[in-house]
Design a protein around this ligand. Sequence first.
Ligand SMILES: N[C@@H](CCC(=O)N[C@@H](CS)C(=O)NCC(=O)O)C(=O)O
Length: 211
Amino acid sequence: MKLYYSILSPYSQKVMIAFYEKGVDFTPTKVNFGDEAGRAEYAKIYPLGKIPLLVDESKDLFIPESTIIIEFLENEYAAQGTSLIPSDKTAARRVRFKDRMHDLYVSEPVVTLYFDTMKPADQKNPEAVAKARKTLDVMYNYMEQSFAENQFASGNEFTMADCAAFPGLFYAQKLHPFSQYPNITAYFQRLMQRPSVQKVLSELLPVLQAM
Ligand SMILES: N[C@@H](CCC(=O)N[C@@H](CS)C(=O)NCC(=O)O)C(=O)O
């Protein structure tokens, strides 16, 4: 199985954490978003141009969207590694809800902040930045309460929702710090201790240092 990804991409990191938690092998296939040729090449594979994307031509598999890739992994490899989506329907719905919360209201605003820092002064969008920061503040308050009672995002077991939480929080450390929230800080430290997260960081940190 080929995973089209970039190590800088939060949604790629989310899926890689899931692969490592499940102990499922994959062939990492880097997408070069840094130049036009790389983008054009990838658009031939997936016209929407979004990563991550999981492809297995021999099995006629073509799976975009980080959450759907993890759903596929859990279905195919249920008995292997960490259970990322519980078999109980109510527990699974709660995990899916938290996964959506982390993608839409943590990772997305953090991505907005990240790209705004890269823009020249005359292209910055203070309105979008203010909205992103407000969303993050609401989420931080919500998460702070949640982690007072739970070790992980949906109860006391690591799930897909935690795969989704790590990348946004990782970039948020610099872009919209959560250090004044002790429960989120402790949760982030728990995530940092996961071998799956360490494996992603071992690829990510050298790239960030070189930038
Ligand atoms: N909802 C998608 C989001 C994927 C996404 O936005 N990926 C970004 C990188 S983190 C991307 O491919 N950006 C390239 C572009 O939009 O052209 C998922 O969960 O996989």
